[in-house]
Design a protein. Structure first.
Length: 429
């Protein structure tokens, strides 16, 4: 008898059901009330007639405040006037937990109010739908990797050395020693491939970037993978297959949520092979669009937006100069001034969603690059050790969950893709 809201839409007419949820909206027409009841699967109209429920039940329903938790029993009825063409005609109404009348999430409030009250704003059917799509996206990631023989590993959050540059590290006092919140689990995954060969993780990463763009968070969920015996083409092929699978599978799993959001996933954007351009070719695009783009220019958020808006599919931006990439990126043997690296930019100006590269696998070359960058080899002693004992060619990548979700759902800001977003100006709730 107990059903979710989503299940009731598929129930037969006349079936008796019990629903447990929260009052989303209420409308009174004298001795007839209409309550929009929500749970995690959707919203349904409940009709409460004074002649069908007990006097106490009708009085409770008349007084109930928005967001009160309730248990309702009733009969499923088809009615074209009801949202979705289905309503439940109530026979029993019980309040489980009363809500105050001053619920702060109301139509027309500012974005600041919504995020100051994110713990309550989560209850919005739209936010609920976004979080369910996110869950489906992560499910698709697990499916992809496990179907291809990858092993999931869990890596440390406290680290002692930078992966992506010291300027964006969050420093913490670790029992009197200096430590940092991880920017990436790449180094630990590189250690793991010598045991497990192909590994992946889905964990938070932290970047102390003072960026106020629509695609930056200081804490984000990071899909990372590393593969032994993998070259540049293996790397790009795996990324393309993963992103295509994520988009198609998430769309397949999220039909109900997409309907709530009024969205359709642009699966056509991943049907054709992804485009590829080199860093040098990207500079030509930027110059053509009137931007300053000399060799060595960093490709930032604004530049990525310009480049990705030129393409109808995701586009790989490859072969960055050595000075623009971290010390562990392997130089291209045919031109050692550039690296075997690639960022994947999402179309429609969404910018980078994946960063990747082939790793240096030679001990002396890696140590030399550490010194070139003004870093201390002793800070990377265990990472260097990996090249002393049976090193192999290997490559890996990192994908931002929130950025991919922002692209798939065409969200205006990446913070909408996080349960409790952390930005330059927000660390609570």
């Amino acid at each position: 008898m107990s059903r979710s809201v989503g299940e009731v839409f598929g129930a037969r007419e006349g079936e008796e059901v019990e629903l447990k949820g929260w009052v989303w909206r209420k409308r009174s027409h004298g001795r007839l009330l209409f309550i929009d009841l929500r749970d995690s699967t959707g919203v349904i109209q409940v009709a409460i007639s004074a002649g069908r429920v007990s006097p106490d039940g009708f009085n409770e329903a008349s007084r109930v405040a928005r967001e009160s938790s309730v248990v309702i029993r009733g009969v499923v009825a088809r009615d074209p006037r009801a949202p979705g063409g289905v309503e439940v005609r109530c026979t029993s109404f019980k309040v489980v937990g009363e809500a105050l009348d001053d619920f702060p999430i109301r139509k027309g409030v500012s974005g600041r109010v919504l995020y100051d009250n994110r713990h309550l704003y989560l209850r919005s059917p739209r936010v609920t739908a976004i979080m369910r799509v996110r869950s489906n996206l992560v499910w698709a990631v697990h499916e992809f990797f496990r179907s291809r023989g990858f092993v999931e590993v869990d890596c440390p959050t406290f680290v002692t050395a930078a992966v992506e540059g010291g300027a964006t590290l969050f420093e913490v006092n670790y029992f009197g020693k200096k430590a940092y919140l991880t920017q990436s689990v790449q180094f630990y995954q590189e250690a793991a491939i010598y045991a497990l060969e192909k590994v992946y993780s889905i964990q938070p990463s932290f970047r102390a970037e003072k960026s106020r763009t629509t695609r930056h968070l200081t804490e984000f969920w990071h899909v990372e993978a590393e593969m032994a015996y993998a070259g540049f083409e293996d790397l790009l092929r795996t990324i393309e297959e993963l992103v295509r699978y994520i988009v198609l599978r998430t769309a397949e799993l999220s039909a109900r949520e997409l309907k709530v959001l009024g969205r359709s996933v642009r699966t056509d954007e991943v049907e054709d092979p992804f485009q590829r351009i080199t860093y040098a070719e990207a500079l030509e695009i930027l110059r053509r669009r009137g931007l300053n783009a000399e060799w060595g220019t960093d490709i930032g958020a604004d530049e990525e937006r310009v480049i990705s808006s030129e393409f109808q599919t995701p586009v790989f931006l490859t072969h960055f100069p050595r000075k623009l990439k971290a010390f562990y990126h392997k130089p291209d043997p045919s031109n050692r001034e550039v690296t075997l690296s690639a960022d994947l930019l999402a179309p429609r100006g969404n910018g980078e969603i994946v960063g990747s590269g082939v790793r240096i696998d030679d001990y002396e070359e890696l140590r030399s690059r550490i010194l070139e960058e003004g870093l201390r080899p002793e800070d990377y002693s265990w990472y260097l050790d990996l090249r002393k004992y049976g090193s192999v060619p290997h490559a890996g990548f990192g994908l931002g969950v929130e950025r991919v979700l922002k692209w798939i759902l065409d969200l205006p800001h990446v913070r909408m893709a996080a349960l409790f977003p952390r930005t330059l100006t927000r660390v609570m709730p």
